[in-house]
Structures are given as C-alpha cells and as structure tokens.
Design a protein around this ligand. Structure first.
Ligand code: TYM
Length: 350
C-alpha cells in the first residue's frame, strides 16, 4: 500500500514555489493515500545554527499545511524533532552512505559555497537525514519540487545498499519483503522511494530571472510571491515580472527558449489545475498585458484564503501546537516499530 511522506524546512517565508512544487501536491495526494507531512526542524539548523524564532517558523509551516487543506486528523502533521527515530536512523544511514555520495550533491555544493571545509558536518550529512525521514516510516512516495530529485536518488541508493549489505540479516529476522527493483527481484527491508515531481510547475522560477529558481534566499523580494503576500503585493510582483516583448504562443513549442513566459504559463496552469497546453489554447496570441492581470487575479483567488487562514491559525498557537503534538505521537508510534526492526537487522541489543 502506498505511503506518502514529505517535508518542508521551517526557514524563511514560504513562497509560490513551495506551494506549487510541494504543498498543493500534498493536498491532492490525501484523497487516495495515507500521508505523513513533516516540518523538518532538524534540517533547519544545518545551514544556519541559530534562528531568531524557530518555534514560530515551525508553527507557520504547520499552519500553511492546514490552511492549504491538509487534514491532520486523517493524516499526520508533525515536526521532525518530536520523533527521535529520525536522527537515530540517520546515524545508521551515515554509516551506510559514502562520503563521496554526499560530496556530489549539488545542493551541498551550492549551500557550502567556496569554503567547503567550513560547512557544518550536518549540511554534508543532510541527505542522509532526509532518507531517514522517509524510510523511518518505510514510505514509498515523496512529492517534492524538482530541486529535491538528486536527494531522493540518494535515498534510493541508501535503501539499496542497506538492503544488499544486510540481506542475510533481513532474511534471518523475517522483516523483509520481496520487491522488484527494475527487473531484479530482491528481498529488502526499505522500499526504493518514488519521487513525485510531475505537474506543470515542478520548478517555479524567479519572477526577475527565468533561469533562476524561485527561492527563499533571493535578496530581491520581487523575485518571489510569498504565501503571506497581500493582494496588492501579488499584483505588483506579477505586473513587474520579467517577460519578453512577444505575446503568448498557441502551442507548447512556442515557449522554448522563453523561460520567463514558460514560467508564468506553468504557474497559471498549476494554480488552475490545468495543463500548460490548455492554458495556451485559451491565451495563445494574447499579450502579457492581458495575461498578467488574469494570472494575478487567479493567484490572489487561490492564495488569499490560505494566508487569511494561516493568520487566523497563528493568532493563538494552542490549536497548532495540539495538532503537532498529536501528529508527533502518532508518527513516533510508527517510527518506533520500524526502528525496532532496524535494531534487530543491524544487531543491536534491545
Ligand atoms: P525546502 O524546505 O527547501 O522546500 C520545500 C518543498 O518546496 C519545493 N520547492 C520548490 N518547488 C518548485 N519550485 C521551486 N522554486 C521550489 N522551491 C522549493 C522543494 O522541492 C520541496 O519539495 N530537503 C527538503 C526538505 C525535506 C524533505 C525530506 C522533503 C527534508 N526531508 C523528506 C521530502 C522528503 C527541502 O529542503 O525542502
């Protein structure tokens, strides 16, 4: 049975990329799956150790989940540090994964910058904790934006190596399952996770530069639409969004080599739950002076109720805190069971 897991870091304001690349997909997946959605606070201290208001940030991501439509009763919403098994499994994965694998991660290279020797060890081991987040529930499907693809490939490599290295122990403890990897039938403990990256906006780009990803860390606030922006700010940012002088094409091929136009069409399609082709069938031949106001209206229509509900939820933190506590307890019960089996496989006494 599929089990969905994903996480969002409580660092800085959520933006349209986080919403379209991840949270909106979390909401849709609830319908037919068992889902676990996590505020990854342990990850938040890898790049920057000390935060002004980490608790507030954690609550605000949880509020964004709930305000967007995630049901914390049917599914699980919690913060990572509430379940110590994440860190415990990450340690074992640190011993499974190779340093070379970590050194190849493009996100590590970007975040560590030139002075790599001076990056935290946690930043290097980040993908190992991420693999543990997913696999401590033996989750199978992970909705994320395109930028997390390489990390999920690494999670598969870690699961694969664990399954192979401990093959005999997995059989001896009777904890494994028969699975098919590619064409190859194996008996493994951890599933090889499937990334869910599809949709019209797997990589939302900056509104100021269609070749750069929309990001929390871009110094220009005009480059992104924040989930908490009000209608005026959204209108202004879309009006000022960079475009080329041509109008919109009628066919998808017409977006090639036009990153800014492609980005805005992708955003429209994702917000409207339509395909890009469908959006172009409607707006093909129109100028941006027509398309931009339509896009801004749609963005406000989708985002305004979310930010309103977020503000309401954050007004009094008791409700959010209760949701996180309850989710943490339910997540911990599941993780404890898996960690018990992992202890048996590895051969720790318990
Ligand atoms: P984070 O917190 O940077 O981002 C949260 C989610 O938003 C997606 N995203 C985007 N999608 C489309 N366009 C963009 N411009 C854009 N920017 C961000 C991210 O892909 C992500 O899905 N390592 C993860 C958090 C994490 C995690 C996990 C995810 C920790 N453990 C386990 C899945 C499973 C991260 O830093 O996401």
């Amino acid at each position: 049975k599929p089990l969905v897991f994903s996480g969002v870091q409580p660092t800085g304001n959520l933006h349209l990329g986080n919403y379209l690349g991840a949270i909106r997909k979390f909401v849709a997946l609830q319908e037919n799956n068992d889902c676990i959605y996590c505020v990854v606070d342990l990850h938040a201290i890898t790049a920057q150790l000390v935060h002004d208001d980490l608790r507030g940030q954690i609550r605000s991501i949880a509020a964004a989940f709930i305000a967007s439509g995630i049901d914390p009763k049917k599914h699980i919403v919690f913060n990572q540090s509430a379940v110590p098994q994440h860190a415990e499994l990450a340690w074992i994965f640190n011993c499974v994964a190779r340093i070379g694998w970590m050194n190849r991660m493009t996100q590590f290279k970007d975040k560590a910058g030139k002075d790599r020797e001076n990056a935290s060890l946690g930043l290097l081991a980040y993908p190992s904790l991420m693999a543990a987040d997913i696999l401590v529930y033996r989750a199978t499907h992970v909705p994320v934006g395109d930028d997390q693809k390489q990390h999920l490939e690494l999670a598969r490599d870690i699961a694969q190596k664990f399954n192979i290295d401990f093959q005999d122990k997995i059989r001896a403890t009777g904890t494994g399952v028969d699975m098919v990897v590619g064409e190859e039938p194996i008996h493994g403990y951890f599933p090889l996770v499937e990334p869910l990256i599809d949709g019209p906006a797997p990589r939302v780009m900056s509104l100021r530069d269609g070749t750069k990803k929309m990001s929390k860390s871009d110094p220009s606030d005009l480059s992104r639409i924040n989930l908490m922006d009000d209608a005026d700010e959204i209108l202004k940012k879309i009006r000022k969004a960079k475009t080329d002088p041509e109008g919109l094409p009628s066919e998808l091929e017409g977006l090639e080599g036009r990153p800014e136009a492609a980005n805005l069409v992708g955003i429209y399609a994702a917000l409207a739950d339509r395909t890009k082709a469908d959006v172009l069938a409607e707006f093909g031949g129109q100028q941006f002076s027509v398309f931009k106001p339509a896009l801004a209206d749609l963005a406000v229509q989708v985002l305004a109720p979310i930010s309103l509900e977020m503000r309401r939820l954050l007004d009094d933190t008791t409700h959010i805190d209760a949701i996180l506590r309850d989710g943490g307890e339910r997540a911990r019960a599941r993780a404890e069971k898996v960690m018990g089996e992992v202890f048996d496989i590895v051969g720790f006494l318990r």
